[in-house]
Design a binder for this molecule. Structure first.
Ligand SMILES: [Zn+2]
Length: 449
């Protein structure tokens, strides 16, 4: 049995001109997506702003003001959500002591990431999916730990998205594990993300995807007056640090420079995000991050994991890393009044849809190969069942070599397929599909004989 499903994103890319398309939504995911509440998001951000400053160097002992009070509050909310989780969600503040570095850290600090883990329901499934936002923030000077720094958009927006996903998702169960993290020390140089990515690498965590949310809840640029709440950017790097030697030779020989792990994840989140969230386009940016800026996905990318960054379409630099002030009639500062909570709702829902679809999907098919024994205009692709998860079948996806997104999905229950399309002219991939049609990240076939 074969069923051909057009990928919905190919349709949306063409300026919202719909032609015939089938969009399968998993009812359980659709329900969770509909539960994302802009009122919840707004209440989290109001509370986060109320801590005055969340600078990483600010007080960790003051009960009302500073990073310590903020992280205790996030922990208390995670613990509150956990009561609905049948004991599967647990939260901690994961701390480490850092010495001054003479640049962005001028004293010994206790750095703390607030980490909530929703344990997977399948004990044999060791996959981990991470959603991240950064709790800390800054004024014009990164060392200014006392003045007011609301940080409503950078990055209470990302933390609010993380919290809202945790609130909703912990009431459901997923075979794989999901980690919700509010990171510290981002503005001080990605310190919290480095701490966590390092631990992940040392302890051999099987992380399949990291979704980093940073500045994703405001919709306009003051400079150019562009207002846009229907588009969000996903940044992804093409290559991986693991691409060395033979892997690099393969990339060059096979033209795989647009199919690295993070890029593949970006393509996936675009498709799944647009499937579940109406009036939102996920715009792939073919670079790891913006000019002059960094983000918490990068420590994971640097350790070979698939990690992407979500950021709003048009950033407003009057509102980022600025002391609150009026100057030449311009209001500076990262104030809550500049937030667009409907836009943040859509962007949060897009994250949730992706996390849920990934964590419900079986793991990736193994040993995916395209036969290259002889010259033929057919393509024969073979694979083996994934290590973890129950598989209903597989999607074989294909796209032209110049297409940014998959253009065709063919469902099959077997572990091989012969297609009347030349492997010279298309890229192919294979995705494992669950009983409820949740598909995993595509695996590209390597040449096989
Ligand atoms: Zn940020």
């Amino acid at each position: 049995m074969k069923k051909i499903v057009l990928s919905c994103c190919a349709i949306l890319v063409a300026g919202f001109t719909f032609s015939q398309t089938i969009i399968h939504r998993d009812i359980e995911i659709e329900k969770m997506v509909n539960d994302v509440s802009k009122d919840s998001l707004q209440s989290y951000i109001k509370k986060l702003v109320s801590f005055g400053t969340r600078n990483t160097l600010s007080s960790t002992t003051d009960p009302r003001r500073g990073i310590g009070a903020a992280r205790n509050w996030v922990l208390s909310r995670f613990n509150e959500f956990a009561r609905q989780s049948n004991g599967r969600l647990t939260a901690i503040i994961d701390t480490t002591t850092l010495q001054k570095d003479g640049r962005r850290v001028d004293t010994t600090i206790s750095l703390g990431n607030v980490v909530a883990t929703l344990k997977g329901s399948d004990p044999s499934d060791d996959r981990i999916f991470i959603i991240s936002g950064h709790l800390d923030n800054m004024r014009s000077s990164v060392l200014d730990r006392t003045g007011d720094a609301p940080g409503a958009n950078d990055d209470a927006s990302g933390v609010a998205a993380v919290m809202e996903c945790a609130r909703i998702m912990c009431r459901n169960s997923f075979p794989a594990t999901i980690i919700f993290v509010a990171v510290s020390g981002e503005e001080q140089g990605l310190l919290g993300a480095n701490f966590m990515a390092n631990k992940a690498k040392q302890q051999n965590w099987n992380i399949e995807a990291v979704l980093n949310n940073d500045i994703m809840g405001s919709n306009n640029s003051s400079e150019t007056n562009i207002v846009n709440n229907t588009r969000i950017r996903v940044f992804s790097e093409a290559f991986s640090v693991l691409d060395t030697g033979k892997a690099i030779a393969n990339i060059r020989n096979l033209g795989l420079e647009n199919d690295g792990r993070s890029r593949q994840l970006a393509r996936y989140v675009k498709e799944v995000g647009e499937r579940y969230v109406d009036n939102l386009e996920v715009v792939m940016i073919y670079r790891n991050d913006r000019f002059l800026r960094g983000g918490d996905h990068t420590p994971y990318v640097q350790r070979g994991y698939a990690a992407v960054r979500f950021t709003e379409m048009n950033e407003n630099y009057y509102h980022q890393h600025q002391d609150i002030r009026m100057e030449s009639g311009i209001q500076y500062g990262d104030l809550i009044e500049f937030m667009d909570f409907e836009y943040l709702r859509k962007n949060t829902a897009m994250n949730l849809a992706n996390l849920a679809n990934l964590a419900k999907a079986p793991s990736m098919p193994q040993e995916v190969r395209v036969e290259t024994r002889r010259l033929t205009n057919y393509s024969i692709i073979t694979w083996k069942a994934p290590k973890q998860g129950k598989v209903k079948g597989y999607y074989v996806v294909m796209r032209e070599t110049t297409s940014p997104v998959w253009q065709k999905k063919i469902f099959t229950v077997g572990t091989s397929i012969q297609l009347p399309y030349s492997k010279d002219n298309y890229f192919f991939g294979v995705q494992s599909v669950s009983e409820n049609d949740n598909e995993g990240i595509p695996v590209l076939p390597l040449p096989g004989r």
